[in-house]
Design a protein around this ligand. Sequence first.
Ligand code: FE2
Ligand code: FE2
Length: 250
Amino acid sequence: MLISVRKMELTRHPDAVNGTFWPIPSVLRDAVNSFQRRGNAYMCGSGFPRNGNGFMTKTFDYQAPENHLEKRAQLSPLLVAKLFDPPPGGRASYRGEASVWMQIHEGLLGASATLPRWSEDLLSKDRVEEIDRLAPRILALGRQLVQHAHGHHHIEDDFFFPTFLRAFPELESPIDLLEGDHEILAVVLDDLEKSVMDFGRSLGVEQTAKRDAVLKAGEVLTDRAWRLDRLFTRHIGDEEEICLPVLYRI
Ligand SMILES: [Fe+2]
Ligand SMILES: [Fe+2]
Protein backbone atom coordinates (compact mmCIF):
# COMPACT_ATOMS: atom_id res chain seq x y z
CA MET A 1 0.00 0.00 0.00
CA LEU A 2 1.28 3.40 -0.89
CA ILE A 3 1.99 5.48 2.17
CA SER A 4 2.16 9.25 1.95
CA VAL A 5 5.79 10.09 2.60
CA ARG A 6 5.48 13.57 3.94
CA LYS A 7 2.18 15.15 3.13
CA MET A 8 0.82 15.01 6.63
CA GLU A 9 4.12 15.36 8.39
CA LEU A 10 5.77 18.30 6.73
CA THR A 11 7.56 19.87 9.62
CA ARG A 12 7.87 23.61 9.69
CA HIS A 13 10.78 25.10 11.55
CA PRO A 14 10.58 28.89 11.38
CA ASP A 15 12.92 29.09 14.34
CA ALA A 16 15.54 27.18 12.39
CA VAL A 17 15.98 30.23 10.22
CA ASN A 18 18.03 32.52 12.39
CA GLY A 19 17.37 35.65 10.44
CA THR A 20 20.52 35.78 8.39
CA PHE A 21 21.52 32.55 6.68
CA TRP A 22 20.73 28.86 6.57
CA PRO A 23 23.10 26.22 5.23
CA ILE A 24 23.41 26.01 1.47
CA PRO A 25 25.37 22.93 0.32
CA SER A 26 28.30 23.76 -1.93
CA VAL A 27 26.81 21.90 -4.89
CA LEU A 28 23.74 24.10 -4.68
CA ARG A 29 25.80 27.26 -4.17
CA ASP A 30 27.72 26.46 -7.36
CA ALA A 31 24.48 26.00 -9.25
CA VAL A 32 23.09 29.23 -7.86
CA ASN A 33 26.19 31.06 -9.02
CA SER A 34 25.87 29.66 -12.52
CA PHE A 35 22.11 29.94 -12.64
CA GLN A 36 20.61 31.46 -15.73
CA ARG A 37 16.91 32.10 -15.83
CA ARG A 38 15.14 30.04 -18.45
CA GLY A 39 12.97 31.54 -21.16
CA ASN A 40 9.41 30.43 -21.81
CA ALA A 41 10.34 28.02 -24.60
CA TYR A 42 12.11 25.64 -22.28
CA MET A 43 12.39 21.97 -23.24
CA CYS A 44 11.73 19.99 -20.09
CA GLY A 45 13.74 16.94 -19.13
CA SER A 46 11.12 14.48 -20.25
CA GLY A 47 10.95 15.89 -23.74
CA PHE A 48 7.65 17.78 -23.86
CA PRO A 49 8.00 21.18 -25.47
CA ARG A 50 6.71 23.89 -23.16
CA ASN A 51 5.52 27.32 -24.13
CA GLY A 52 4.48 28.65 -20.76
CA ASN A 53 0.84 27.67 -21.33
CA GLY A 54 1.01 24.19 -19.86
CA PHE A 55 0.73 20.94 -21.75
CA MET A 56 -1.50 17.96 -22.26
CA THR A 57 -0.77 14.36 -23.19
CA LYS A 58 -3.11 11.41 -23.64
CA THR A 59 -2.97 10.68 -19.94
CA PHE A 60 -1.99 13.91 -18.31
CA ASP A 61 -3.20 17.52 -18.36
CA TYR A 62 -1.23 19.81 -16.10
CA GLN A 63 -3.81 22.59 -16.32
CA ALA A 64 -6.61 20.36 -14.97
CA PRO A 65 -7.68 21.29 -11.42
CA GLU A 66 -6.56 17.94 -10.05
CA ASN A 67 -3.00 18.65 -11.29
CA HIS A 68 -2.34 22.38 -11.32
CA LEU A 69 -0.19 23.55 -8.41
CA GLU A 70 -2.57 26.31 -7.35
CA LYS A 71 -5.64 24.08 -7.48
CA ARG A 72 -4.80 20.51 -6.53
CA ALA A 73 -5.32 19.32 -2.96
CA GLN A 74 -3.27 16.15 -3.43
CA LEU A 75 -1.71 14.06 -6.16
CA SER A 76 -4.36 12.67 -8.50
CA PRO A 77 -5.01 8.90 -8.35
CA LEU A 78 -3.72 8.66 -11.94
CA LEU A 79 -0.30 9.90 -10.83
CA VAL A 80 -0.26 8.10 -7.50
CA ALA A 81 -0.77 4.82 -9.35
CA LYS A 82 2.58 5.37 -11.07
CA LEU A 83 4.63 6.00 -7.92
CA PHE A 84 6.96 3.61 -6.15
CA ASP A 85 6.17 2.48 -2.65
CA PRO A 86 8.36 4.03 0.05
CA PRO A 87 10.81 1.68 1.74
CA PRO A 88 9.99 -0.16 4.96
CA GLY A 89 10.62 2.26 7.80
CA GLY A 90 9.40 5.29 5.84
CA ARG A 91 11.29 8.54 6.18
CA ALA A 92 13.82 7.11 8.58
CA SER A 93 15.10 4.88 5.79
CA TYR A 94 16.19 7.73 3.57
CA ARG A 95 19.91 8.33 3.66
CA GLY A 96 22.56 10.06 1.55
CA GLU A 97 21.24 12.14 -1.31
CA ALA A 98 17.64 11.77 -0.12
CA SER A 99 18.56 13.01 3.33
CA VAL A 100 20.40 16.05 1.93
CA TRP A 101 17.47 16.77 -0.33
CA MET A 102 15.06 16.70 2.61
CA GLN A 103 17.33 19.07 4.55
CA ILE A 104 17.32 21.51 1.65
CA HIS A 105 13.53 21.31 1.56
CA GLU A 106 13.39 21.96 5.29
CA GLY A 107 15.49 25.07 4.74
CA LEU A 108 13.23 26.30 1.96
CA LEU A 109 10.05 25.54 3.91
CA GLY A 110 11.42 27.14 7.05
CA ALA A 111 12.34 30.29 5.13
CA SER A 112 9.06 30.46 3.22
CA ALA A 113 7.12 30.08 6.48
CA THR A 114 9.23 32.71 8.24
CA LEU A 115 9.26 35.47 5.62
CA PRO A 116 5.52 36.28 5.62
CA ARG A 117 5.37 36.06 9.41
CA TRP A 118 8.23 38.52 9.83
CA SER A 119 6.70 40.74 7.19
CA GLU A 120 3.33 40.66 8.95
CA ASP A 121 5.04 41.48 12.21
CA LEU A 122 6.58 44.53 10.56
CA LEU A 123 3.16 45.72 9.41
CA SER A 124 2.02 45.83 13.04
CA LYS A 125 4.78 48.29 14.05
CA ASP A 126 4.19 52.02 14.43
CA ARG A 127 7.65 53.25 15.36
CA VAL A 128 10.30 53.80 12.72
CA GLU A 129 12.96 52.43 15.10
CA GLU A 130 11.13 49.09 15.23
CA ILE A 131 10.73 49.06 11.45
CA ASP A 132 14.45 49.81 11.04
CA ARG A 133 15.28 46.89 13.29
CA LEU A 134 13.12 44.32 11.46
CA ALA A 135 13.37 45.44 7.84
CA PRO A 136 16.99 44.41 7.09
CA ARG A 137 16.31 40.86 8.27
CA ILE A 138 13.23 40.62 6.06
CA LEU A 139 15.15 41.96 3.10
CA ALA A 140 18.04 39.51 3.60
CA LEU A 141 15.72 36.53 4.05
CA GLY A 142 13.64 37.44 0.99
CA ARG A 143 16.72 37.71 -1.20
CA GLN A 144 18.17 34.43 0.06
CA LEU A 145 14.91 32.56 -0.31
CA VAL A 146 14.44 33.62 -3.94
CA GLN A 147 18.04 32.78 -4.86
CA HIS A 148 18.03 29.48 -3.01
CA ALA A 149 14.72 28.38 -4.56
CA HIS A 150 15.76 29.22 -8.13
CA GLY A 151 19.02 27.33 -7.66
CA HIS A 152 17.26 24.33 -6.18
CA HIS A 153 14.74 24.10 -9.03
CA HIS A 154 17.55 24.50 -11.54
CA ILE A 155 19.34 21.45 -10.09
CA GLU A 156 16.16 19.38 -10.01
CA ASP A 157 15.16 20.23 -13.60
CA ASP A 158 18.60 19.77 -15.09
CA PHE A 159 20.07 16.98 -12.99
CA PHE A 160 17.73 15.03 -10.73
CA PHE A 161 14.64 14.74 -12.93
CA PRO A 162 16.44 13.69 -16.15
CA THR A 163 18.40 11.14 -14.11
CA PHE A 164 15.20 9.71 -12.62
CA LEU A 165 13.56 9.51 -16.04
CA ARG A 166 16.48 7.74 -17.63
CA ALA A 167 16.30 5.11 -14.89
CA PHE A 168 12.48 4.92 -14.68
CA PRO A 169 10.72 6.18 -17.85
CA GLU A 170 7.38 5.15 -16.35
CA LEU A 171 7.63 8.19 -14.05
CA GLU A 172 7.22 10.60 -16.96
CA SER A 173 3.86 12.04 -15.86
CA PRO A 174 4.76 12.58 -12.18
CA ILE A 175 8.04 14.24 -13.18
CA ASP A 176 6.22 16.37 -15.73
CA LEU A 177 3.90 17.51 -12.96
CA LEU A 178 6.88 18.67 -10.90
CA GLU A 179 8.41 20.49 -13.86
CA GLY A 180 5.05 22.18 -14.47
CA ASP A 181 5.08 23.25 -10.81
CA HIS A 182 8.52 24.76 -11.28
CA GLU A 183 7.22 26.90 -14.12
CA ILE A 184 4.46 28.23 -11.87
CA LEU A 185 6.93 28.75 -9.04
CA ALA A 186 9.34 30.63 -11.33
CA VAL A 187 6.64 33.25 -11.92
CA VAL A 188 5.71 33.37 -8.22
CA LEU A 189 9.38 33.77 -7.29
CA ASP A 190 9.84 36.54 -9.85
CA ASP A 191 6.85 38.37 -8.35
CA LEU A 192 8.28 37.91 -4.88
CA GLU A 193 11.71 39.10 -6.02
CA LYS A 194 10.16 42.29 -7.43
CA SER A 195 8.38 42.96 -4.16
CA VAL A 196 11.58 42.31 -2.19
CA MET A 197 13.41 44.83 -4.39
CA ASP A 198 10.60 47.37 -3.94
CA PHE A 199 10.75 46.75 -0.21
CA GLY A 200 14.51 47.36 -0.26
CA ARG A 201 14.03 50.64 -2.15
CA SER A 202 11.42 51.77 0.37
CA LEU A 203 14.04 51.59 3.10
CA GLY A 204 15.94 54.38 1.38
CA VAL A 205 13.00 56.80 1.35
CA GLU A 206 13.62 59.97 3.35
CA GLN A 207 12.62 59.75 6.99
CA THR A 208 9.21 61.48 7.15
CA ALA A 209 7.72 59.36 4.35
CA LYS A 210 9.68 56.22 5.17
CA ARG A 211 7.19 54.51 7.47
CA ASP A 212 4.35 54.72 4.94
CA ALA A 213 6.59 53.62 2.07
CA VAL A 214 7.97 50.63 3.97
CA LEU A 215 4.55 49.50 5.18
CA LYS A 216 3.05 49.82 1.71
CA ALA A 217 5.85 47.73 0.18
CA GLY A 218 5.62 45.33 3.13
CA GLU A 219 1.96 44.63 2.45
CA VAL A 220 2.68 43.50 -1.09
CA LEU A 221 5.66 41.48 0.09
CA THR A 222 3.55 39.75 2.74
CA ASP A 223 0.86 38.71 0.24
CA ARG A 224 3.39 37.32 -2.22
CA ALA A 225 5.38 35.55 0.49
CA TRP A 226 2.24 33.81 1.78
CA ARG A 227 1.45 32.71 -1.76
CA LEU A 228 4.89 31.21 -2.19
CA ASP A 229 4.67 29.48 1.17
CA ARG A 230 1.34 27.89 0.26
CA LEU A 231 2.60 26.64 -3.11
CA PHE A 232 5.93 25.47 -1.70
CA THR A 233 4.15 23.34 0.89
CA ARG A 234 2.07 21.64 -1.79
CA HIS A 235 4.93 21.24 -4.28
CA ILE A 236 7.58 19.99 -1.88
CA GLY A 237 5.21 17.56 -0.17
CA ASP A 238 4.23 16.06 -3.51
CA GLU A 239 7.78 16.14 -4.82
CA GLU A 240 9.02 14.09 -1.89
CA GLU A 241 6.19 11.61 -2.28
CA ILE A 242 7.18 11.15 -5.93
CA CYS A 243 10.97 11.33 -5.70
CA LEU A 244 12.18 10.01 -2.36
CA PRO A 245 11.29 6.37 -3.17
CA VAL A 246 13.12 6.86 -6.47
CA LEU A 247 16.26 8.09 -4.72
CA TYR A 248 16.04 5.06 -2.46
CA ARG A 249 16.15 2.74 -5.49
CA ILE A 250 18.49 4.55 -7.82
FE1 FE2 B 1 10.94 21.07 -6.93
FE1 FE2 C 1 12.74 20.28 -4.36
